[in-house]
Design a protein around this ligand. Structure first.
Ligand code: ADP
Ligand code: ADP
Length: 232
């Protein structure tokens, strides 16, 4: 099966006259081992789609699968476990713990699960993300781009099936943003990970292997091997 998929996914917020149809019958599959961007203007439903795919938000109707698990059938406890054990998250705001070093932040998901990090995997991650000289630094001693690379390493450390990245370059200048996007690409190419990124920025989306375009809660386009011109 696809790493992540939706069929007839509809999400309605509010009731009566205040009702907003954020997603309207979305059908989409995300293949394993690829870097896909979900792109669209503000209000097109990108965050809602990501939240439904990741089990952070409940669909109004339709189905969502993570691998072969239909997550739209799961209760709260099972969803909490699924988010903890099977998906990773990267946020615009990095969300690192300020009192912890880079290394402590990276291994935190495993610590919380009572698991030990495989030193070889940690070394591979750190090398792939260019963090070798930064492991003992606290977040305040790192640039924004370095902080986001630590957050990416943290999202990957438990080898989740899918990593969801929500506007990962939204708080970065264009140079650090480009660097972070290159590292996301490397994580897919060299580490075989699956990344689904939400962005409103065509330049960012063009780093992905595929761009799914959203408009008014519907799929409005699907571009493989995008160039910046193709997604504008
Ligand atoms: P995007 O991420 O593309 O900016 P969103 O998924 O955040 O789009 O929003 C899609 C639509 O749903 C917008 O009209 C937004 O105002 C609405 N929306 C999002 N979240 C909520 C919410 N919690 N309550 C009501 N409306 C919401
Ligand atoms: P912002 O775009 O304001 O920087 P984030 O990108 O940090 O916000 O978060 C985007 C969404 O993800 C928010 O709706 C927030 O509630 C949710 N979120 C943030 N951190 C976590 C987390 N650690 N686990 C689950 N959901 C989170």
């Amino acid at each position: 099966p696809a790493a992540s998929s939706a069929r007839g996914l509809t999400k309605v917020y509010g009731t009566g006259a205040a009702q907003v149809r954020a997603l309207d019958g979305v059908d989409v599959d995300f293949a394993a081992g690829r870097f896909t961007a979900i792109m669209g203007p503000s209000g097109s439903g990108k965050s809602t789609l990501m939240h439904c795919l990741a089990g952070l938000d409940q669909a109004t109707s339709g189905t969502v699968h993570l691998g072969s698990t239909e997550i739209t059938r799961l209760g709260d406890d099972a969803l909490t476990r699924l988010r903890r054990d099977r998906v990773g998250f990267v946020f615009q705001s990095f969300n690192l713990l300020p009192m912890f070093t880079a290394e402590q932040n990276i291994v935190l998901p495993l610590d919380l699960a009572g698991a030990k990090v495989d030193p070889a995997w940690l070394a591979t991650l750190v090398q792939t993300l260019g963090l070798g000289q930064r492991l003992t630094h606290r977040p305040s001693e790192l640039s924004g781009g370095q902080q986001q690379r630590v957050a990416i390493a943290r999202a990957l450390v438990a080898q989740p099936e899918v990593v969801f990245a929500d506007e990962p370059t939204g708080n970065l200048d264009s140079r650090s943003g480009a660097e972070v996007l290159s590292f996301l690409r490397r994580s897919v190419r060299e580490l075989g990970r699956t990344i689904i990124m939400v962005t409103h920025d065509p330049t960012a989306a063009a780093y992905a292997d595929r761009v799914v375009l959203l408009a008014d809660g519907r799929i409005a386009g699907d571009i493989s091997d995008p160039t910046p011109e193709a997604v504008l």
